[in-house]
Design a protein. Sequence first.
Length: 167
Amino acid sequence: MKGKRTQDSSVTIAQVMLPQDANPAGNIHGGVIMKLIDTTAAVVASRHARSNTVTASIDRLVFHHPVYIGDLLFFKACINMTGKTSMEIGVRVEAENYVTGEVRHTASAYLTFVALDKEGRPTPVPSLILETSDEKRRNREATRRKEARLTEEKKEASCQLDSRSCT
């Protein structure tokens, strides 16, 4: 299977935040932003794999600043790492007040997707061709996150086998 470059599947999606996206205080619900992050990451994963993909996990989602009605949100996403059937996608969310031009980094997230074949089983994905120093750095960081996830999963499995609480 031929490898693919990061830029071959990267996307930027823009969305205006409307009153139906907000709470009574005028702040956009975090869940609305989470859904758009997941959708954007799914586009990147599906473009890379050229197959159906599903969200396996969201490592971390941090909201740095609130988002308001009327803000224009930009969801910038690219693939950071590939495994045999999985991919890590990084999404950066920026809010722009299009009247003042102020841009705020409002959220970041890392999501893991798995590619599926026509029967719904995991299927191999193309390797990732890393071309820039930023791509190589993001790949190293993604590898560390994956190792941390696997260590945590082993710990949880051990706790379940021992029938004791590990939280």
